[in-house]
Design a protein around this ligand. Structure first.
Ligand code: GLN
Length: 506
């Protein structure tokens, strides 16, 4: 029964529906796996065994009583620790929120609860989702289950590592500049950023509101599609939520998988600016081999030019901190979490806030708040923030022009595979460069997914392949992702994560 943790959500769904497996057995197996192996990788900041087992027992009882259940009912899921849920802490991996509990559930959590998914706990992340390695967590980093000397990506390294290490089949992440997709690439998992507004952000602690998006983390494209279908839909509590009905992503996955050998008619664009200079040789080699398989199956592949992408990283690192500085102003020692009084001098509201923010935030968060405040200040607004917004418009135009010629765009998800701990810690630019291929999708609000397509020949670490589609064409993105995934499977290019062989007594 222990091996049940290696199954995908789709397989588990069938076993649960047929009665061959109970949610209680499955949830116990996941919790046992977390108990035995999470001390090695630290994917979780909080585990709620009792709550998860209670949900599992309820789902089993409802199913036994003949109730028609959601296909994912009974399948355990983990939440990135910046998504709020009643009855569990939400820390955003920050001292600022240590011990804080939300008085309400995020909309995605309401949906998970209604569908009957046991929520096993909260996963580690870079503080307030700022980072690409999970090294910025105030509670210690998460290790990559493929190689524990390497980072699991970030900011959602905990969710990605938990799924890669078979602790849960499904998890939720948030993606502001790549924090679902880049950890996906680093850990050989599937991570999708839906179209902006396709999944409610209500209850996701805001980092940069015009870029943030909640999305699924899974081991297969089919599982990610099922989870996104459940999470999606209009929400009156999120004014940026789309009114459109949720597309049939599972059907798109079936179509895509069936077309693995016949991609005729599919037009694929390679973004010139995102597949050459500055990329690790092994990443490019694996990327090019993936593109070659698409060509071999009959797809038309062309290179597209997105000249403004040269400036998009710089623009992102102006727009994002500007929004960060505004969103994180709410952590003032009055409303949430930590409160610190100054050690000397008078205690006023201002000195208390300064002491609280000084003690509660880590270096990266402070750096971004200061940068964001600066670029929004009266004398510099036009030069920095205003220019960045113009670049954002150009990125949108480049993408719109590209999608006139092709159905989807593809890139390596990140310029390198998972790097070693500390390797980029003192080199902020190198750290920020990790987002170069992922952040254009956030700037433009379009959907993007990362799927594993093999191991890089130069370091044997997983390589992520990113697929981008026009806004609201999430189904098209999933279809092509399933097609590429089927080709990877047919060629047997992706070995199981070494976590599969971890000894239980270890
Ligand atoms: N790594 C990016 C950053 O540090 C992305 C963060 C995110 O998507 N939450 O801003």
């Amino acid at each position: 029964m222990k091996d049940i943790v290696f199954k995908t959500a789709a397989e588990l769904s069938r076993l649960l529906a047929s009665g061959e497996l109970s949610s209680l057995e499955l949830t116990k197996a996941c919790l046992e796996r977390i108990r035995t192996h999470d001390p090695k990788i630290h994917a979780f900041l909080h585990v709620d065994a009792d709550g998860a087992l209670e949900t599992a027992a309820q789902v089993d009882a409802r199913r036994a009583a003949g109730e028609k259940m959601h296909p994912l009912a009974g399948i355990p899921v983990a939440l990135k620790d910046n998504i709020v849920i009643q009855g569990m802490p939400t820390t955003c991996a920050s001292k600022m929120l240590e011990g804080w509990e939300s008085p309400y559930d995020a909309t995605v959590v309401v949906k998970l609860k209604e569908a009957g998914l046991p929520i096993v706990g909260k996963t580690n992340m870079d503080e307030f989702a700022m980072g690409s390695s999970t090294e910025n967590s105030a509670f210690g980093a998460t290790l990559n289950p493929w190689n524990t000397e390497r980072i699991p990506g970030g900011s959602g390294g905990g969710s990605a590592a938990a799924v890669a290490a078979y602790m849960v089949p499904l998890a939720l992440g948030t993606d502001t500049g790549g924090s679902i997709r880049q950890p996906g690439a680093c850990t050989g998992t599937v991570g999708a950023k839906p179209t902006y507004g396709a999944v409610s952000r209500y209850g996701a602690v805001a980092m940069a509101s015009s870029l943030d998006q909640i999305g699924p983390v899974a081991r297969t494209v089919e599982d990610a599609a099922m989870l996104q279908e459940l999470l999606g839909g209009h929400d009156v509590y999120d004014s940026t939520s789309l009114p459109d009905p949720v597309p049939d992503l599972s059907a798109a996955v079936c179509t895509g998988a069936a077309e693995a050998n016949s991609a005729k008619g599919l037009r694929v664009g390679i973004i010139k600016q995102l597949s050459g200079e500055g990329y690790q040789a092994g990443v490019l080699e694996t990327f090019n081999a993936t593109v070659q398989r698409l060509k071999d199956a009959g797809a038309t592949v062309v290179e597209v030019d997105c000249p403004s992408f040269e400036y998009s990283l710089a623009a992102y690192y102006l727009i994002m901190p500007a929004e960060v500085s505004s969103n994180l102003a709410r952590f003032d020692g009055v409303r949430y979490g930590l409160r610190v009084e100054p050690s000397e001098g008078p205690v006023t509201a201002e000195t208390m806030m300064a002491a609280t923010r000084g003690a509660g935030f880590g270096d990266e968060v402070k750096r971004r708040i200061i940068l964001g405040t600066h670029v929004l200040s009266a004398g510099f607004f036009d030069a920095y923030y205003g220019s960045a917004l113009k670049v954002r418009t150009l990125v949108l135009r480049d993408l719109a022009a590209a999608f006139e010629k092709v159905d989807v765009l593809v890139t390596p998800t990140a310029p390198t595979t998972a790097f070693k701990f500390g390797e980029n810690a003192d080199n902020l630019l190198a750290m920020y460069l990790n987002d170069v291929a992922t952040l254009p999708a956030n700037m433009a609000g379009i959907p993007a997914i990362s799927i594993p397509v093999g191991l890089a020949p130069d370091d044997s670490m997983p390589v992520g392949f990113q697929i981008l589609a026009p806004a609201k064409e999430d189904a098209r993105m999933y279809k092509v992702a399933a097609l590429v995934e089927a080709q990877v499977r047919a060629a047997d290019l992706l070995p199981a994560c070494p976590a599969k062989n971890w000894k239980d007594e270890a």
